[in-house]
Design a protein around this ligand. Structure first.
Ligand code: SF4
Length: 426
């Protein structure tokens, strides 16, 4: 009863002057400022939604989505919770979603993911498009581990050592998609590129064809796993700790290194440990262990296959009936795959029993999505992600280079998996 009253009150307030079925032509708004125009109604506050239970959101989200029609597209990352991702027009990993958003003609791109993904969508999008992140607190702990000031400081030290010039003649900087737009722009301006876990091997090939050394930001694990699979020995890799002088390295080590790995990691994937692989194999003989390359090297070395979330899904899809999988990635995707393939007698469980949750992805709730959509219907753009013009230019250069690089490369696939399903880079 209480909830029904809230629901009624909230709807009455939020739909005072509905503009259902119309597109939002006219000046585009900075949603982080929560701006309205004379044509828009008063913004309905988020607080009105947060007190409502999840199940009351479904019909409202569906109704608002229908009213917005082709003026809006909802993108959902695989790690989103079920209550949100069920409304996505497209689902995918950050690479796939970046490609989709770059091709979208919708006025509004509602990105159910984290901040750096929405930034990339804005960088790749058109000026008339609004990219909306339903909760601005949905960040990424890995992206936060490389701040632009720290990266500029690192570069200055490498220039002083004579290992590169300012423009990147000597070292190619490559950043993982999971980084701020400022870091992407830094790489773009110095002849570098962005990569994702789908195309990291291709980006490394591209970088090594240009220069003898790479600086890889911010995920040391993806960098190490990718380079090792390409045949770069561990002795040719160094880790750059931004809190130490020269990253904690001697000049000689930096001169000899082929790959400088930024000391960052994903707090979710780093939780998977080699002993989890041993335990799950003891408990389920014959189980296939498949992991994301953000996992530690020691875990990846024990796994049967390594791949981006898109690749992991493909491997499970292609496997014969009855195959058992332990998956080293975010728990929402693992649980979803478990349900999806249950009717094929495939068992899909998490590699770590405690389940690894990305708490920042989890911040996007049905209430946030409903709030963003209903305000859009009312002509209010909330939580718009807008990247500064200069940053946007160079970040776009780096992202466009990425989109030109072929997905795949030297991702290792063990003999059993290759025989059964082909390689992961198929
Ligand atoms: S899973 Fe890790 S890398 Fe991905 S958004 Fe969450 S914290 Fe960032």
């Amino acid at each position: 009863m209480f909830h029904a009253q809230w629901n009624h009150w909230s709807r009455a307030k939020c739909f005072q002057h509905p503009r259902f079925g119309t597109s939002t032509d006219g000046p585009k708004l900075k949603a982080e400022d929560k701006v309205t125009t004379a044509a828009a109604t008063e913004i309905c506050p988020l607080e009105n939604y947060l007190v409502l239970p999840d199940q009351t959101m479904d019909a409202r989200i569906a109704a608002a989505r229908a009213k917005l029609g082709s003026t809006a597209v909802i993108l959902g990352h695989h790690y989103q919770r079920d209550e949100v991702i069920r409304f996505a027009d497209f689902t995918g990993d950050s690479y796939k979603l970046a490609k989709i958003s770059s091709q979208s003609k919708a006025d509004h791109i509602i990105f159910c993911g984290v901040h750096f993904m929405a930034e990339s969508a804005d960088v790749l999008g058109n000026d008339f498009q609004n990219v909306i992140l339903p909760d601005l607190n949905a960040g990424c702990s890995m992206a936060d581990m490389a701040e632009i000031g720290q990266v500029e400081d690192c570069w200055e030290q490498l220039v002083k050592l004579g290992l590169t010039d300012e423009a990147g003649e000597g070292i190619t900087p490559i950043t993982y998609m999971n980084s701020t737009a400022a870091i992407k722009a830094f790489c773009g301006e110095r002849g570098g590129v962005v990569c994702t876990s789908s195309n990291a091997p291709g980006a490394f090939d591209w970088g090594f064809a240009k220069s003898p050394k790479l600086l890889f930001l911010p995920d040391q694990h993806l960098g190490r796993n990718t380079a090792f699979a390409m045949g770069v020995p561990m002795s040719d890799m160094v880790v750059w700790d931004p809190f130490l002088i020269m990253g904690g390295n001697t000049p000689d080590r930096l001169r000899k290194a082929k790959l400088i790995l930024w000391k960052g990691h994903c707090s979710v994937h780093q939780r998977f440990l080699p002993e989890h692989v041993d335990k799950v194999r003891a408990r389920h003989p014959g189980i296939q262990v498949v992991v994301h390359p953000e996992c530690r090297w020691e875990v990846c070395q024990k796994a049967d296959a390594i791949g981006s979330t898109e690749r992991l899904i493909q491997v499970i899809e292609k496997a014969p009936r009855g195959t058992k999988f332990a998956v080293g990635t975010e728990i929402h995707l693992v649980n979803r795959l478990g349900k999806q393939f249950a009717d094929q007698d495939k068992m899909v469980i998490t590699l770590d029993d405690s389940g690894c949750l990305c708490t920042t992805m989890f911040r996007i709730s049905p209430q946030h999505l409903c709030w963003a959509l209903e305000n859009l219907v009312d002509g209010n753009v909330v939580n718009r992600i807008k990247v500064e013009k200069d940053v946007k230019h160079w970040a776009r250069v780096a992202l466009n280079r990425m989109l030109d690089i072929k997905t795949g490369g030297h991702v290792p696939a063990p003999a059993a998996m290759v025989a059964a399903h082909g390689t992961l880079q198929d």
